[in-house]
Ligand binder design. Structure first.
Ligand code: MTE
Length: 324
């Protein structure tokens, strides 16, 4: 188990302070080397993902929260400002190093409280009926994006393996391949790998909960979690676990990586909530990418990230300040 600092370091901004990073980016942009949303270091790495997908496009008229009409975050920002600690803690590390991860072949084990345990290969994953969802995405670090994801409901995947009546939670695990994930070999690595996340069964079965295989019309770049990641738009981004290799249905609430590391800072539920501050910063506002020093693009954070109509009933009677 890696040695852990007393205060964990989820924000990459703590390692490269945000204002330094933003200033650097702006300087580069001002120097004329970059288009408005671009980031130099990311562009040096080989591109991953990007194969065209065929899917049902999200409809602007959708009333289920599947499509927000808000401006989409430019592709360059969503794919270069990333959190994927397996490749390093700086926001630019995943775009620079995640191409070192092999994503084909790929295998996802589905086990635990299911009548029909088994696995999915890459061909099976890409064989689900794909649809587009344009979601807001809010990181616990108080930056946010709007991303057109492509994928299929997690409920469709789970149904295939026939959950038993004992299945109350879903536990997810990310690939852990040390030789291809330089962040896991680093001295500053603070997570007890593999990265783990979990949902309650009703959250997992909710129609908004998406297994994503693509974004912006194409397969996921490695840095965004290729070939298969979770997207739970009403929860902080750390719940949206990337590059999944294991899905286990359980009777008991699973331990998750961030909760294990700092339970007083990162809860199991992690529902976006402007009234429940992180112990080290406020959650009342967020910066919508692209965000710069001169134009931080700051806006108020909404309860459940604006998906209250769809999900508030899942938490009736719960104290969201206690079950954060
Ligand atoms: N999944 C794994 N395996 N490792 C990670 O470090 N970071 C999480 C989440 N999923 C993370 C992960 C966090 S903190 C966030 S905010 C989102 O991924 C970021 O997703 P994005 O980089 O595609 O925007």
């Amino acid at each position: 188990m890696p040695k852990r600092p007393s205060i964990p370091a989820i924000p990459g901004s703590e390692i490269t302070p945000e204002h330094v990073w933003l200033n650097r980016r702006q300087l580069m942009a001002a120097a004329g080397g970059l288009a408005a949303g671009g980031i130099g270091t990311a562009l040096a790495a080989p591109e991953t993902g990007g194969a065209a997908l065929s899917f049902e496009a999200a409809k602007a008229s959708d009333q289920r929260g599947f499509h927000t009409a808000e401006d989409k975050t430019p592709y360059e920002d969503a794919t270069s400002y990333c959190n994927f600690y397996e490749f390093g803690t700086d926001k630019s590390d995943p775009a620079r190093h995640a191409h070192e991860m092999t994503v084909d072949p790929w295998r996802v084990e589905v086990s635990g409280e299911v009548a029909n345990p088994g696995h999915l290969n890459l061909e099976d994953i890409m064989g689900f009926d794909l649809e587009e969802r344009v979601y807001r995405f809010r990181c616990v670090e108080a930056w946010s994006m709007v991303v057109p994801w492509i994928g299929f409901p997690l409920s469709t995947l789970l149904a295939r393996f026939e959950p038993t009546s004992k299945a109350r939670y879903v536990a997810f695990r990310t690939l852990y391949r040390k030789e291809e994930m330089r962040g896991t070999r680093s001295f500053s690595s603070i997570i007890d790998w593999p990265y783990r996340e979990g949902l309650r069964m009703d959250e997992a079965m909710h129609p908004l909960t998406l297994m994503s295989v693509g974004m912006y019309g194409k397969t996921l770049p490695n840095q965004n979690g290729a070939p298969l990641r979770l997207v739970v738009p009403w929860k902080y981004g750390f719940k949206s676990i990337k590059s999944i290799v294991s899905i286990e249905l359980t009777e008991r609430q699973p331990q998750t990586s961030w909760q294990e590391l700092a339970p007083h800072e990162y809860g199991f539920y992690a529902n976006v909530n402007p009234e429940v501050d992180h112990p080290r910063w406020s959650q009342k506002y967020e910066r919508r990418l692209p965000s710069t020093v001169f134009n931080p693009n700051r806006r108020k954070t909404k309860l459940f990230n604006g998906y209250s109509d769809q999900v508030a009933s899942l938490y009736t009677g719960m104290d969201l300040g206690k079950d954060y």
